[in-house]
Design a protein around this ligand. Structure first.
Ligand SMILES: Nc1ncnc2c1ncn2[C@@H]1O[C@H](COP(=O)(O)OP(=O)(O)OP(=O)(O)O)[C@@H](O)[C@H]1O
Length: 379
């Protein structure tokens, strides 16, 4: 299900102007909802004997967009499914505006939660027209009104000309837009999106993300987006909830998580790292890349120092090394610099190439803001 602009145009039904197929609808025309506060208190979940959620506490403010970020299997989708009512929590509770929708004795059915869902595979019904797909969640609304809302949602995603088409006639990108229109048509107060962009061609993805975010903001829905892509999380959300092994490891703004990651695992999520173990001595830690400030770590404690490759400068004063690798990556260049005391070369990321080649002697120096010191980790 790859989507690209060419296939988009090629598949246009004759009745529809092909140019419109890449343009989204007018901004400000998505239906507005009353945003809700979504709460999780000690939410746990098991699949049989396997624990998938281990006590999730999280409050998502009305109209806030929060990304659930984490590696495969950490429980992101399960938390979304518990919220939607597709899974029952084993413990804890989920609330909307303080009202319990899932708890030890409560299970509000999915269709009564006022929640819009968008799945990774879009989950469109192949035998239904696009309009029927979009108004699927409006079963209790009078038909004419449901169709009016459906057309409006389709217009907002720029697909009003495709109401009577079928999903297979649309590209992946267009199907994504239909899924979005379906999710917003009932004006849900909470919108849940599970990897909504993962099926899209990379060239389309940024544009689709921006348009989708504009629609989310317009609807004012409270939104949770599941992703395993840190850049996507940073781009899309007000706050990021980083998950690991069924737990919320850290929650904060993109800047919080990038600048003050709670541990090395969190730091690794947002950047490649040069990592060295060391011991705090006289307020500093000696590493093969230079001495770094130990911050508040106590004297004699074992630490792991993480250094972002973009925080290593080449040239000038610093620790001597030798360039053992150089790759051109377009916007940046990546150098590998061998230094005494480390079997692994120091990775250095520069904006554009520098006048050094493999075999050259260089010196390296560290930018303090790209140096992070954590308790020593074994892995
Ligand atoms: N239907 C199921 N039956 C049994 N175990 C499951 C089921 N669904 C998920 N799991 C397990 O529960 C854990 C959490 O899965 P979940 O799908 O929530 O993670 P995720 O972070 O969304 O992963 P992904 O990014 O791969 O979708 C994993 O260990 C997974 O193997």
């Amino acid at each position: 299900m790859t989507a690209n602009i060419q296939s988009t145009v090629a598949k246009s039904p004759e009745s529809a102007p092909s140019l419109e197929r890449t343009a989204w609808g007018l901004r400000g025309t998505a239906g507005v909802t009353i945003a809700a506060r979504l709460g999780f208190e000690g939410v746990t979940h098991h699949y049989g004997s396997e624990v998938s959620l281990r006590g999730i506490d999280l409050l998502v403010e009305p109209g806030e967009v929060v990304s659930l970020l984490g590696r495969s299997g950490c429980g992101k989708t399960t938390l979304l499914r518990v919220t939607a009512g597709l899974e029952m929590p084993s413990g804890g509770r989920v609330t909307i505006n303080g009202r319990e929708i899932a708890g030890p004795k409560t299970h509000v059915p999915p269709e009564k939660r006022g929640i819009g869902l968008m799945f990774q595979d879009y989950a469109l019904f192949p035998h239904m027209t696009i309009l029927k797909n979009v108004i699927y969640g409006l079963a209790s609304t009078p038909r004419a009104e449901a169709e009016r809302q459906g057309h409006r949602a389709l217009a907002r995603v720029g697909l009003e000309g495709f109401a009577s088409a079928y999903p297979h006639e649309l590209s992946g990108g267009e199907q994504q837009r239909v899924a979005l229109a379906r999710a917003i048509a009932p004006r849900p107060s909470v919108l849940l999106m599970d990897e909504p962009f993962s099926g899209l061609d990379k060239r389309l993805r940024d544009h689709v993300r921006d348009e989708t975010l504009a629609i989310i903001r317009e609807t004012r829905a409270t939104c949770i987006i599941v992703t395993h892509d840190p850049e996507e999380a940073m781009r899309m959300s007000d706050r990021i909830a980083l998950m690991r092994s069924g737990r919320l490891l850290q929650i904060g703004t993109a800047r919080d998580l990038y600048e003050r990651p709670i541990d090395l695992y969190a730091a690794r999520f947002f950047s490649e790292m040069n990592e060295f173990n060391g011991v705090v001595s006289h307020g500093g830690v000696e590493t093969p890349a230079g001495i770094v400030d130990a911050g508040t770590r106590s004297e004699g404690s074992a630490v792991t120092v993480g250094i972002r490759p973009q925080g290593v400068r080449l040239g000038g004063e610093g620790v001597p090394g030798r360039v053992v690798g150089h790759r051109f990556l377009g916007e940046v260049d990546l150098y590998d610099v061998a230094v005494d005391g480390s079997d692994v070369p120091v990775k250095v990321r520069t904006r554009g190439p520098l006048p050094y080649g493999v075999g050259d002697t260089v010196s390296i120096a560290l930018e303090a803001r790209d140096v992070l010191v954590f308790d020593k980790v074994s892995q």
